[in-house]
Ligand binder design. Structure first.
Ligand code: PLP
Length: 424
């Protein structure tokens, strides 16, 4: 099926075709046999059973915090219990019983494998917000230097730059993007037009929190590289949801959270700094390794005593993700997101704020229903169906995140209620 991209009348955009499957519902993929569909349905039901989520409740708010698999929860709790019961056995000859002082290379190696980079390019942080602050605070910028961002940032992607502007006279410009964005090229053109001799940093999200739009990061980084502009990418919403290949993206820095789409316990994030850029970033939290020039990731992981049980929870979440198969996870998330967007288009009073361009959306869908406040929709979905998406803070829409613990049937239930609310 082709649709016209608004603002680009010459270009038609492919969107996934809707077909009726043997299960009697719509699917977005035509390339699967009945056998593989049954196997897949079976697999995802088993995966759902791996999560502790109450079976009577449907969770559509991974964009805020992911649900934890049972084995992640168990690993955290058993280590926490061990610490509580046997801390007297810690003799300092073996590994620490806390995080914060050791490099935890094995865990960083898994992260580096997931993101396709070197282990020493990865720092462990508490969350994406910490990553942003380590960069905005750690880069030496002069008054008049310019940082470019978007007008659709999460506070955890913009506040560090606002602080830098207030404190150091840096100019932070937030360029307006559409909602929805229709075409990657419009984003590239907006930024390239704005880049000038004073532009030192491009700081943008890989995926926008309030629309789920995936920005053309690879192309933006290539434009920045030509001009010597440092690229800092906010990946809070991407890791575990879509493929993140840092070598391919070509950015200088990338930070994110593992407690959303990777389903790790809250308090786990990372900062990636490309080897040749790392010396330019001062550490914000200094402790024993603050000047380690051999392992910049370790240098930027300094934060004093931390909760090792939570870090082991991250380790378990990484193993779970690898065992499921990252590509299979991303494909499932994309299928569910495409299906939701396709079904929402059956309701004329619904406006979809997520791009319909197939490369610009995955598991986050944001929509509004004409005449009804987002909070009302959120509450009705819970009251009528125990379905939990999230009304966005600015009231601009409902954000529905579809993850591997969700199903096509749950999306159908959402759409039935929305049709009822729309009076269809
Ligand atoms: C795009 C984006 N950046 C940053 C953040 C902040 O993440 P955290 O609270 O894990 O630091 C979020 C959280 O939703 C986000 O969506």
């Amino acid at each position: 099926m082709k649709i016209r991209a608004a603002g680009n009348p010459d270009r038609a955009v492919d969107i996934p075709r809707l077909v009726r499957t043997e299960f009697g519902r719509f699917s977005v993929r035509e390339d699967k046999t009945l056998e593989s569909r049954i196997e897949e349905k079976d697999l995802w039901e088993k995966v759902r059973a791996e999560f502790l989520l109450d079976p009577g409740q449907v969770f559509f708010n991974t964009g805020t915090l992911g649900a934890m698999p049972r084995r992640v929860f168990d690993r955290v709790v058993s280590h926490l219990r061990l610490t509580a019961e046997r801390i007297a056995e810690w003799d300092y000859y073996g590994p620490d019983w806390i995080s914060g002082y050791q490099p935890w290379t094995e865990i960083r190696e898994k992260i580096a494998r997931l993101l396709n980079c070197e282990v020493k390019e990865i720092a462990l942080t508490e969350n994406a917000t910490a990553g942003m602050n380590y960069l905005s605070n750690g880069l030496d910028l002069k008054p008049g230097d310019e940082v470019l961002g978007t007008d659709q940032e999460h506070p955890g992607g913009e506040s560090g730059w606002k602080l830098k502007a207030a404190r150091c006279g840096v100019i932070y410009r937030q360029l307006p993007l559409g909602k929805p964005i229709n075409w990657p090229q419009e984003v590239i053109e907006t930024f390239v037009r704005a880049m000038g001799p004073r532009t030192r940093v491009l700081a943008v999200p890989h995926m926008i929190t309030g629309s789920g739009a995936i920005l053309p990061i690879k192309e933006l980084c290539a434009e920045c590289r030509k001009r010597g502009i440092i690229t800092v990418i906010d990946g809070a919403q991407t890791v575990g949801q879509i493929k993140v290949d840092l070598e391919d993206l070509g950015c200088d820095a990338y930070y994110g959270s593992f407690h959303k789409w990777l389903c790790a316990p809250a308090g786990n994030g990372f900062l990636y700094l490309r080897q040749d850029r790392a010396p330019e970033v001062w550490t914000t939290l200094a402790s024993t390794q603050w000047d380690n020039r051999e392992d910049h990731g370790f240098r930027l992981s300094q934060r004093g005593t931390g909760n090792l049980s939570l870090l082991f929870g991250l380790d378990e979440a990484l193993d779970f993700h690898f065992e499921l198969g990252p590509e299979r996870v991303y494909a499932r998330i994309k299928d569910l997101g495409d299906y939701l967007r396709a079904r929402l288009r059956e309701i004329s009073r619904i406006k979809i704020l997520t791009p319909l361009h197939p490369e610009m959306a995955a598991g986050i869908t944001v929509y509004s229903l004409e005449g009804l406040p987002a909070n009302y929709i959120q509450d009705e979905l819970w009251k009528r169906g125990r379905l939990r998406p999230r009304a966005l803070g600015d009231g601009s829409g409902v954000r529905q995140s579809t993850h591997i613990y969700n199903s096509f049937a749950e999306i159908d239930r959402t759409v039935d209620i929305l049709k009822d609310l729309a009076g269809k």
